[in-house]
Design a protein around this ligand. Structure first.
Ligand code: ATP
Length: 439
């Protein structure tokens, strides 16, 4: 058996898409008499600066002879990849492996995991390709071999898989507005839900499955079940579908997230972090909402109720304008709330993808009112409590009053229109607290 990995074929301006090149390679392999399994669409580290859009890499499992697979792969890459764009650096890696995960060497599997969570160099890929005796081809600076090799190792590196059924446009229509019937997308999405997710954003009235960028994709339907995604795709009324392919993917799995701590985050990685809200949320220019987190107060820090010693470490978390109604959830946080925050850190700021409320502050401390006349008391001087000048009543400190909260314990997420490919929608389940699902 043979695994063909490929990556980096498209350009932001010209459009193309590595899934399309993979579909074309699979078609050519079948034409050649080879059998081809459902291809893998692997999303790598979303923080990688070289990505065109979603940092996707592809792997095709086939019984074609590896030498012949290189010829076919190279031919398709040379004719379809947008190599006119200097940022497009296609790579092809062909391994002679059995299809099972167990046949993939540990170092190749580790490479795949690192490509999803870390940063690698073309030389890392080149060295491992050589060590394993894989065949490869590349153009440009060879960066595409990172994704291509990661795609080869992905089957062994990952445990959780979802599906995407992609329908392609006829080439003569590429770059023109897509003709997809809005109502039929919403109706099909409704019937397929919840096995099929992120097809539409009901809150925004948006057909999330239809891309905006130029390029060959008409729509991509994502979900937990291959038959269900196909059924939804087939119910959508649109311009003619020129080709279609179902991919096995790591989309919607959160596999990019690592457990971390606020004090130790690094740019270019994505985390799941425990924290305590350290300042009131703030809406800045452009509608972006920011909130500071600090490490959670532990019993060792003090009395554990929020009055312990504060850390000087703070991490800004952001819900940017495109996350739409999610920003209201972030604005509803209050100082002292305990949360788990998930997202990628760049420029020292965590871009929130989801968060879990663990503990809400339920009271606020306010200047006391006089029990006799009901008027607000005044400070009696530094550390001397409060008093009512008219009634001569007094108290030792601030009063506590119940705080109305718009949040509940549990997970909140960005809406489908703002979802990153690799981020797990709450509707998929398996979370450690109640979920507040966006759809
Ligand atoms: P496409 O639709 O073409 O796949 P894309 O958004 O996936 O577009 P690419 O054009 O593939 O982006 O560019 C991503 C580049 O970054 C590829 O060359 C890939 O090999 C490389 N890359 C992927 N993951 C990493 C990583 N973890 N570290 C360094 N480089 C990476």
């Amino acid at each position: 058996m043979t695994v063909v990995g490929l990556d980096d074929t498209d350009s932001r301006e010209r459009g193309m898409c590595t899934t399309y090149v993979a579909t074309a390679i699979a078609e050519r392999l079948r034409h050649d008499g080879a059998s081809v399994a459902r291809p893998l669409l692997v999303r790598l580290n979303p923080a990688v600066e070289y990505k065109t859009r979603g940092n996707a890499a592809l792997a095709i499992h086939t019984d074609c002879d590896p030498g012949r697979a290189v010829e076919i792969g190279r031919d398709r890459l040379e004719s379809l990849a947008e190599t006119g764009d200097e940022r497009t650096n296609p790579g092809l890696v062909v391994a002679d492996h059995a299809p099972e995960a167990a046949a993939i060497p540990d170092d190749v599997s580790r490479f795949a995991r690192a490509a999803i969570r870390d940063h690698l160099e073309p030389a890392d890929a080149a060295a491992l390709i050589e060590r394993r005796g894989y065949r490869s081809w590349h153009a440009g600076d060879g960066r595409g071999r990172i994704g291509a090799l990661a795609a080869v190792g992905a089957r062994a590196a990952l445990e959780e898989w979802t599906y995407e059924y992609i329908s392609y446009r006829a080439p003569e229509r590429w770059g023109t507005p897509r003709d997809v019937d809005h109502e039929s997308v919403f109706a099909a999405a409704e019937r397929g839900y919840p096995a099929v997710w992120d097809t539409v954003d009901r809150g925004e009235g948006e057909t999330v499955c239809v891309p905006h960028a130029p390029g060959p994709i008409l729509h991509g339907i994502r979900g937990d079940d291959p038959d269900a995604v196909r059924a939804v795709a087939e119910e959508i009324e649109s311009e003619p579908v020129a080709a279609s392919q179902c991919f096995v993917t790591n989309q919607g799995t959160d596999v990019h997230l690592r457990d971390g701590s606020i004090a130790a985050v690094e740019d270019g990685r994505a985390y799941r972090l425990e924290g305590r809200v350290a300042g009131e949320p703030e809406t800045r220019r452009g509608g972006h909402v920011f909130v500071d987190l600090e490490p959670p107060v532990t019993a060792a820090d003090g009395n554990g109720n929020g009055d312990g010693e504060r850390s000087t470490e703070r991490l800004a978390c952001a819900a940017f304008e495109p996350t739409k109604r999610f920003r209201d959830r972030v604005r509803a946080l209050r100082v002292g709330d305990r949360i788990t925050a998930c997202g990628e850190v760049s420029d020292g700021t965590l871009k929130l993808e989801k968060f879990a409320v663990r503990e809400l502050v339920r009271t606020e401390r306010v200047t006391p009112t006089c029990p006799d006349c009901g008027r607000t008391m005044e400070s009696a001087g530094r550390a001397q409590g409060y008093r009512c000048r008219d009634c001569e009543t007094g108290t030792a400190g601030k009063a506590e009053r119940p705080l109305e909260r718009d949040l509940e314990v549990g997970w909140y997420e960005v809406p489908p229109c703002a979802r990153r490919h690799i981020a797990k929608p709450l509707v998929r389940g398996g979370f450690d607290a109640p979920t507040h699902v966006e759809r």
